[in-house]
Design a protein around this ligand. Structure first.
Ligand code: FAD
Length: 449
């Protein structure tokens, strides 16, 4: 029987949902298969006091334009809120504010000359126009070149080590340049640091996307892991799920590359599968605390002290008001780490016991009785390790299996992974595959002479 060509999208994170949206908007059959019971992927949520909260802290920068464009199209513009935030750094048992140039000039752990170097470094970084010039350099080499050894040791090295652990010295200058550019550029009209959020949380936007896909005829199936690909004569013909096989003419894979490698391995050249496995990923653990009072007035606190087991203390309710969560103060303790790390494997009950004394050292008045609730979330594939010449490792969206396409967070470059780019790339791949499906549809449905 003749049929309009169907696309299967693996994963209902922002990439998968946006790819499906573009296909559904063009009237093309699309099925989204998600292994988890909810949409949103890494930006998914859980409930606190009846309100949804991200499992892993999330915000947008004011310059994340792909989010704005999408939300506008969905008619939800007024749900994006922009709020001032404060950034700080915990160093030598003190919290320093680091939100503005005047904060930098008051940062006493550095000599005055080094404070000026630090301020100039941010400006020089933002003046870099062509990231290719930085591809051969590590972040360490580049940051020392721009700001000197002392600035590197106090400010940047602990951040790099906190985020990338054993991989810190391999991280590319391009990755760091992007972080400086984006964060530094996220400001309001008065120059103050500003970040954006979605009323109801990122999960509400993911739900809105899912609703739109379904309203346009898309088929979304949750708790449906893809177990394998069906490939015939070098072309993808569908996917295997627990209940059997779903036929398709194209498959867009959005999970982390090692997961895609496992799915593709029985059908694709060994060398290509190995190339997918060359990109390594760090895991992340976030401990989310519901507190009866606030720890500080800082939203984002970088922990520049290797004696602490987390790299960031993010007090979410210094961004989204505590009233949203029944006046509970929400604090994330975040750590990126290899999946083999002890903390990543520790049972949930022990994780809290392990963290509390560290938090007490940082905030001496803090007591365990402040904790009304605690949650531990883990993500195995949370951050691709972006080393020198990363562009050479990135697989293309087209693959050796005809009809199989890749759009994953490891392919986002020179930018770093984030929902803004998941939206951009998801839409791009959706449009590309839609064009291919429309051509195929004409061949199948329109009799040729
Ligand atoms: C700690 C942390 C903090 C972050 N903070 C921010 C932030 O502040 N702002 C921001 O914009 N971004 C942030 N991000 C990044 C952001 O969450 C991701 O870049 C984005 O959500 C990636 O979307 P994605 O759809 O590409 O991938 P994912 O969200 O990983 O989606 C892939 C989906 O595929 C599913 N899947 C996997 N295997 C299968 C299978 N076999 N069958 C079916 N489904 C499968 C997964 O369950 C998942 O839902 C953060 C990430 C982390 C880890």
């Amino acid at each position: 029987m003749q049929h309009a060509p169907r696309t299967i999208v693996i994963g209902a994170g922002f990439t998968g949902l946006c790819a499906a949206l573009e296909l559904a908007r063009r009237g093309l059959p699309v099925t989204v298969l998600e292994s988890e019971p909810d949409v949103g992927g890494l930006a998914g949520s859980f409930e606190v006091n009846g309100e949804r909260l991200e499992r892993f802290y999330h915000h947008w920068f004011t310059n994340d334009r792909h989010v704005g464009d999408l939300v506008e199209e969905l008619g939800e513009r007024d749900r994006i809120v922009y709020r001032p935030t404060r950034t700080g750094m915990y160093f030598a048992n003190r919290i320093f504010r680091l939100s503005s140039p005047s904060d930098v000039l008051k940062f006493t752990p550095l000599s005055f000359a080094d404070r000026v170097r630090l301020g100039l470094l941010a400006l020089r970084a933002r003046a870099v126009k062509d990231w290719r010039a930085l591809e051969g350099e590590t972040a360490e080499e580049w940051l020392i070149r721009l700001g000197g050894e002392r600035v590197y040791q106090v400010v940047w090295q602990p951040l790099l080590e906190g985020k990338f652990g054993p991989y810190a010295s391999q991280v590319s200058a391009v990755w760091f340049w992007n972080k400086l550019k984006l964060r530094g550029g996220s400001r309001g009209s008065n120059g103050a640091e500003m970040l954006a959020y979605y009323r109801g949380g990122f999960a509400a936007l993911a739900d809105r996307l899912a609703e739109e896909v379904t309203a346009l005829g898309g088929d979304l199936r949750l708790s449906t892991p893809v177990r394998g690909l069906v490939v015939e004569d070098g072309s993808v013909r569908g996917v295997e799920i627990d209940d059997g096989v779903i036929d398709a003419d194209a498959v867009i894979a959005t999970p982390a590359l090692p997961i895609v490698a496992d799915l593709a391995a029985p059908h694709a050249p060994e060398e290509w599968v190995a190339s997918l496995r060359r990109i390594e990923y760090l895991a992340n653990i976030c401990i989310v605390l519901e507190l009866d009072r606030s720890l500080s007035d800082t939203y984002w606190l970088n922990v520049n002290d290797p004696g602490f087991p987390f790299v960031g203390v993010i007090e979410h309710t210094n961004f989204e008001p505590a009233a949203t969560y029944g006046n509970r103060r929400i604090v994330y303790l975040s750590k990126y780490l290899p999946e083999t790390a002890e903390l990543f494997r520790m049972p949930d009950e022990q994780v809290l016991d392990y963290c509390i004394p560290h938090l007490q050292r940082m905030f001496p008045t803090f007591g365990r009785e402040w904790v009304l609730g605690a949650h531990v979330w883990r993500a195995r594939y949370s951050q691709p390790i972006v080393g020198r010449h990363y562009s050479r490792l990135i697989p293309s969206t087209a693959t050796p299996i005809a009809g199989l396409f890749l759009s994953t967070m490891a392919q986002i470059y020179p930018e770093d992974r984030g929902t803004n780019y998941a939206i951009r790339d998801g839409r791009r791949i959706g449009i590309t595959v839609a064009a291919a499906m429309q051509r195929l549809g004409q061949e199948i449905l329109v009799p040729t002479r």
